[in-house]
Design a protein around this ligand. Structure first.
Ligand SMILES: Cc1ncc(COP(=O)(O)O)c(C=O)c1O
Length: 381
């Protein structure tokens, strides 16, 4: 196929080269279940790199969020505050614990929860705030942590998209009580399906280990702290296979390479398209000064839904995968059933209808970014 006609996918799962070797090693280790050598290596790597107290790999970010809600001791009748502009996993974790969802509007600049509207949503039933770091760009965490402290609320960071991002020098996921990462194939670092929970308050480490290991104290047994392991509390099974962890470890070893490569693509997109923003035709992402982001996604905003629909079709006709996402949860059937929107929906619906994500993955070539930008410019001119 001629280069001009080559399809540019929206996402390609990351692959750096050593994945198969490490998976083979996991097989040769005769331990392909959870908490094998590669799981331990990943946990350690994440703890060291992000200065995190405790990291435990999980089978997904969704299961990490489920664990976080249980660790926050969310009970039926409690309320959890979150943005409506997010993936269903953020909300369903709270619903599983029996909570009522209270959706708060987003900021149009970062698409993150509007920290100035959180306090108004707090009632005597509120137990936790879930801060979703959209596109790997941090929420305004100082304000959120201050509110949580004043009202005695727990903070869970949904940092599914935020691995390798930071806020005021602190890694996303390590600021609230609990942080949750995703290593799904659409994320910067992947294990197919997988995630991690970060436990920032040491008082919750033992409970988290028990919850993750079917309610047993097996982690203590492996550390030699008890002579046999037993069922001690309620729990579930959130361990990923060591085969998946082996795939992930190959990428964590190359995390800087992946990060720099993505940032280069991101900056190229930005520099190429900023003239369209200056002409008032599109809006580009905004990165607040306290945030270092990980180039998880590159998006632009069209004027409205109609323009976006036409734009996505045009890109498809030109062999370019451009996608939108997040129909606001408060307008979805489950959102109506399990939650309420607090205050006015000024930006959630209107801004969500404008977003288009452009191809972004490790290995995306410079020429491909150029081609995407050319097509965007052609469309707008
Ligand atoms: C904000 C957010 N939270 C949670 C998730 C769920 O991640 P996982 O697929 O690892 O369960 C995603 C996945 O895209 C996400 O974008």
């Amino acid at each position: 196929m001629k280069d001009e006609n080559k399809i540019i996918n929206f996402n390609v799962p990351p692959y750096v080269g050593k994945e198969i070797e490490y998976i083979k090693q996991a097989i040769e280790n005769r331990q392909i279940c959870g908490d094998g050598e590669f799981t331990k290596k990943c946990n350690q790597w994440l703890e060291n790199r992000f200065n995190a107290k405790k990291v435990l790999l999980t089978s997904s970010c969704t299961s990490a969020l489920d664990m976080a809600m249980m660790l926050c001791d969310i009970k039926p009748g409690d309320e959890v505050i979150l943005p409506s502009y997010t993936f269903s996993s953020t909300a369903t974790s709270a619903v599983l614990s029996g909570a009522k969802l209270v959706f708060v509007d987003i900021r149009p600049d970062t698409m993150n929860i509007d920290e100035t509207k959180i306090e108004d949503a707090i009632t005597d039933k509120t137990k936790a705030i879930i801060a979703v770091h959209y596109a790997g760009v941090a929420c305004e965490m100082d304000t959120i942590m201050d509110i949580a402290k004043r009202y005695n609320l727990k903070v869970v960071e949904d940092a599914a998209q935020g691995v390798m991002s930071s806020y005021k020098g602190r890694a996303l996921g390590t600021i609230g009580d609990f942080g949750c990462y995703s290593f799904h194939e659409t994320k910067n670092y992947s294990m197919g399906e997988g995630g991690a929970i970060i436990i920032n308050n040491p008082n919750y480490i033992e409970k988290a280990e028990i919850l993750r290991e079917k309610g047993t104290n097996r982690a203590k047994f492996f550390r030699g702290q008890v002579d046999k392991y037993t069922w001690v509390d309620f729990g579930d099974s959130y361990l990923p296979s060591d085969l998946n962890a082996a795939y992930l470890y190959a990428q964590l070893e190359q995390a800087d390479l992946i990060n720099e490569s993505r940032l280069k693509n991101w900056n190229d997109y930005y520099n190429n398209l900023v003239e369209l923003q200056n002409e008032g035709k599109i809006t580009l992402p905004y990165i607040p000064k306290d945030c270092i982001h990980n180039a998880h996604m590159f998006y632009l905003k069209c004027k409205n839904l109609e323009e976006r629909t036409k734009f996505i079709s045009y890109m498809k006709e030109n062999g370019i995968g451009a996608v939108f996402h997040y129909v606001p949860l408060h307008s979805a059937p489950a959102g109506i059933k399990f939650g309420r929107f607090n205050g006015e929906d000024v930006y959630t619906t209107s801004e969500s209808e404008k977003i288009v994500r452009l191809p972004m993955y490790y290995g995306l070539e410079d020429a491909e970014v150029q081609k995407v930008c050319e097509k965007v410019k052609k469309y707008y001119r």
